[in-house]
Structures are given as C-alpha cells and as structure tokens.
Design a binder for this molecule. Structure first.
Ligand code: SF4
Length: 343
C-alpha cells in the first residue's frame, strides 16, 4: 500500500475515532490512527477478497468497531444480521456464546471468533446438568434463557431472549411459572417490571451475574448525583435492581443508544461497558459522558491482529462449531425468540 493510501486511511480513522476516549484516558490522535492504518487497510482489503463479513459487538475496541466492522450492534441486532448474512466467512468480534449463536443461525457459513475463546461470566454461570435438574424440579415452568448462555443451555430451554426483547417476551409467556436463567439480576428486574404492570408471574431465577454490570451500586449513583446533579443516569438491566430503579433510564444497549441520541440532556452517566460510551461519544460529539464505564476484559481480547490472521489464512484458526443435535435444539429456542420479539 502506498504512503498516500495509508495517509488517507489514517485520516478516515481519525474522522471516526477522533471524538472517542481510549481506555487510558487519551483521545485517538492522528498519530495513533497512523499506527492503526496499515492493519485496518489490510483487513478491509482482504475482507473483500475473501468475501467475509465482520460483525462486532459494541463492547469491543473502537478501532475494530469503526475501523473494520461491517455490522455493529448488541447481541440481538447482531444475531439477526448473522442470520441474514450471505458472505462465506463470518468473523464475530465478541465473546464465545455470540459467535456460537451466529453459527446456529447461519450454519453453512464459516464462523470465527478472533480470540478463539472469550468467556462471559453469565454464560459460564450455569451448566446443562443444572438446567436438567431445574427441569425436573419445575416440570410445568416455561424455561427462558438469556442469549448470554451456551448452545447446550439454549438447547434445554423453550425460548431465548436478549435485553432488547426480554420484558415483552416474558410478559407474553403463556406460562404462570417461569424459570429465567442465567442472569439473576435480570430476573429480579423482570419481576419488578411485571409487578409494576400488574402481570402475575412466578419468576424462578438461576445462574449468576455479569461481572461488569454487577459492580455498580447505589453508592455510585449517590456520588454521581451529588457531583453532577444535572446528569442523566442510564444503565443496563444486567445491573442490580436497586441501581436500575434509581437510574433515569434502564434498557438494552440499543435502547440506551436511542435514549441518549434522542435526549436533550447534556451530561450522561452510563453504567455499562465502556465500549458503549465510545459509540455514544462518536454519535453525540456535543454531549458529555462521565467516565463511569467498566471494562469487560473478555470483549477486549478481540484484536485487529487476530482478525488479520483469520483473513490471511482461515485454515490456521479453529472455526466455531456446534454439535448438530445441540444446534437443532438450540435453534428452536432462538427461532422462538425471533418469532416472539416485536422487532
Ligand atoms: S459484559 Fe458481562 S454479559 Fe457482556 S460479555 Fe462481558 S461478562 Fe458477559
């Protein structure tokens, strides 16, 4: 690639990334973008040659999101994009359960996760055996799993949900008794939501918590309100119930983006992964975002260098695979979600 083309690529990156704060507190300078340009330009060129699609979760690094991605989104949006993809290769920048979901919804494609394996504290919090035991204990319950679960767990549940559709799907459940897994805090938030709507359901929670969102406490909210009384506080439903209830807005990642983009407020405290704050900064250059983001270390395992390796030689990296029988069962719960979701 000529110096001229690399300069153009650096300018393109700077235009997209210049507003964003890096994890070290610095902005993406033009000098930093010049360092990224050789990598992003090679990836973008090879992506066309190999007929590959790069899907990236909002929590990944901004240079992946704005440098090389074709689709960016939350779990729900990306699972729909993966299902519709016509390319031969899907490179999913996220964590393992997301890449697995892409393989489930579009099994004929070669699917890759750049770090090969990236865990999620929620997906790892429950085993198939524990779900089987719950099935025996609650034979009449509908089993609803959050998308942050393994294919094996999805295969044992009736319907899958994401934070973008969980409240609607649970409210519309034909069953009075629901086992919701593997996010205990989200289960508590659903219970509060249903109670406020006067909907009578018994929610049995199982699993664990998101190790990023579970760190926010009411104390954080008190400190923000004291120092920045005019700030709007927004959070994700993976946060504790009391945090969600004390916030100005609680919603999925895409709902948070919509809320901020449509809000006339000037200052926001976003209680979520810092990647979403980078996207908000990029989309809202006149608004201020307090440094309240936390880091999901597993999401940050996705690197430009590894994306390039996959594109250079996809036989050198293991593909994401799911056992056929588990895939068939897990797909049923995902398709039930697509059918039940309003959008
Ligand atoms: S932010 Fe939480 S829920 Fe999302 S991948 Fe990381 S650990 Fe899992």
């Amino acid at each position: 690639m000529t110096d001229n083309l690399l300069e153009q690529e650096a300018q393109r990156l700077y235009k997209s990334l210049g507003q964003i704060t890096r994890p070290d507190g610095q902005k993406y300078s033009l000098a930093y973008c010049k360092k990224l340009a050789p990598l992003t330009s090679q990836i973008n060129e090879l992506k066309k040659q190999k007929n590959a699609l790069i899907l990236t979760h909002y929590y990944c690094a901004p240079e992946i999101i704005f440098g090389v991605s074709d689709e960016i989104g939350d779990s729900y949006g990306l699972s729909k994009k993966a299902a519709q993809a016509s390319q031969d290769i899907l490179i999913f920048c996220g964590v393992s359960f997301m890449a697995q979901t892409a393989k489930l919804v579009n099994p004929s494609k070669k699917v890759f996760l750049p770090p090969t394996y990236a865990g999620c504290s929620l997906a790892q919090s429950i085993t198939p055996k524990e779900v089987e035991d719950l099935r025996k204990k609650y034979p009449l319950a509908q089993f609803i799993c959050y998308i942050n679960s393994t294919a094996e767990v999805k295969a044992l549940c009736d319907i899958c949900v994401t934070s973008a559709n969980v409240f609607d799907i649970v409210a519309a459940s034909p069953s009075k008794q629901i086992v919701f897994l593997p996010d205990i805090f989200m289960a508590q938030n659903i219970e509060a939501f249903l109670k406020a709507k006067g909907i009578d359901k018994e929610i049995i929670a199982a699993g664990g918590t998101c190790c990023v969102h579970d760190k926010y406490t009411l104390k954080d909210i008190e400190v923000i309100k004291q120092k920045y009384p005019q700030a709007k506080i927004i959070c994700h439903p993976e946060c504790r119930k009391e945090v969600c209830q004390a916030s100005d807005f609680c919603g999925s990642t895409s709902a948070m983006l919509k809320y901020v983009n449509e809000s006339s407020a000037a200052i926001f405290a976003v209680l979520s992964e810092r990647g979403i704050i980078a996207v908000l900064e990029q989309q809202n250059p006149t608004k201020t975002f307090l440094p309240t983001g936390r880091t999901c270390a597993q999401m940050k395992l996705n690197k430009l260098e590894d994306i390039l390796e996959i594109l250079k030689d996809d036989t050198s990296v293991p593909e994401v695979k799911v056992d056929d029988i588990i895939a068939q069962q897990a797909l049923k719960s995902i398709n039930a979600m697509f059918k039940g979701a309003k959008k």
